[in-house]
Design a protein around this ligand. Structure first.
Ligand SMILES: [Zn+2]
Length: 179
């Protein structure tokens, strides 16, 4: 005789697809650095607002962006999908405008794939919000070992939507592993 619990469980649940995959933002600690292998072909760039201690995407004043209506300035952020071998998981590497300018055309060249290269993020300074420098280095993984790319836009929207619902979210960002 099956127990009541056993009768209630759906034993034929299909495995979920990976569209709900939660991908954290890769963020170095103060004076720390993180390195990950890029899985995206190209960087994506987004205008965001920083309000209530979190990043929100700008949807444009014509679409009713609340932050724009309040006159808040936008901050550009670049994102690359990457694989962090130490964590054994996907991450989103976030790049500031200043860091992207330092790297130069490599990040924005539509004819240059970044996939398989390494991104090295280093926080210069002791404050947790000190500037983050970015370097793109040759990859160490063989090309057939680089994990497949994922949908960075969907992953970012999940972060932003989730933060909207139950902000502030603590412990959201990946802690760095010394490299
Ligand atoms: Zn806006």
């Amino acid at each position: 005789m099956a127990s009541p619990t056993q009768q209630l469980i759906n034993w034929n649940a299909p495995p979920p697809d990976d569209s709900g995959l939660y991908v954290p933002i890769l963020s170095p600690k103060a004076r720390g650095s993180v390195t990950a292998t890029i899985v995206s072909e190209h960087m994506i760039g987004v205008n965001t607002h920083f309000s209530r201690n979190r990043t929100e995407p700008c949807i444009g004043i014509d679409n009713g962006c609340e932050a724009c209506k309040k006159g808040q300035s936008t901050r550009w952020k670049g994102y690359l999908g990457a694989w962090h071998g130490g964590f054994g998981r996907y991450v989103l590497a976030e790049i500031t405008a200043a860091a992207a300018r330092d790297v130069g055309g490599l990040l924005t060249d539509p004819n240059k794939s970044l996939r398989g290269m390494e991104i090295h993020l280093c926080r210069v300074g002791v404050k947790p919000n000190a500037p983050v420098k970015c370097e793109i280095r040759p990859g160490r993984m063989k090309s057939d070992q680089v994990p497949s790319a994922f949908d960075e836009r969907a992953a970012l929207c999940r972060i932003w939507e989730r933060r909207k619902e139950d902000a502030p979210l603590v412990g959201d960002d990946v802690e760095e592993i010394p490299t």
